[in-house]
Design a protein around this ligand. Structure first.
Ligand SMILES: [Zn+2]
Length: 136
């Protein structure tokens, strides 16, 4: 699937929404609180994600579209594969996580797939979280 390009902030929102929407949508108010912005700002970013077809927003409630969910899964995989790569090459877990967050949404998923294979398809990242996550 082709995904729209997202900014770093939009990436952060997307991942938050993915991680906090299980069976229920996320409240705009909670999202704003999590990213330390006002509700109007959270609304503005959410509207951009909605425009890109990644989320649905209705009456202050947000949920991911199929495309948004798949993009989140691919960013999370990129994050955890890179984390493993950095960690195995001398960075601490925290450093790995921090550095990965700067780039995980920019990399091509085919490149990530190659790194993943080269690493021996690890089951989890250095934090112990699964690398392959199911789309919701
Ligand atoms: Zn991790």
């Amino acid at each position: 699937m082709e995904y729209p390009k997202v900014s770093k902030k939009e990436r952060d929102y997307l991942i938050y929404i993915f991680e906090h929407s299980k069976d229920f949508p996320v409240r705009l108010r909670d999202l704003a609180e999590f990213v330390h912005v006002s509700e109007p700002t959270a609304y503005e970013y959410s509207a951009r994600l909605a425009e890109k077809g990644l989320i649905l927003m209705k009456k202050g409630m947000i949920k991911l579209t199929e495309k948004g969910s798949e993009l989140a899964v691919s960013i999370i995989k990129a994050h955890r594969v890179l984390e493993m790569l950095f960690y195995l090459n001398g960075l601490s877990i925290d450093e790995s996580c921090q550095e990965c967050s700067k780039i995980d949404y920019l990399l091509d998923s085919d490149a990530i797939e190659k790194l993943y294979k080269r690493l021996g398809e690890p089951k989890s990242c250095p934090h112990g979280r699964p690398i392959v996550v199911k789309s919701k």
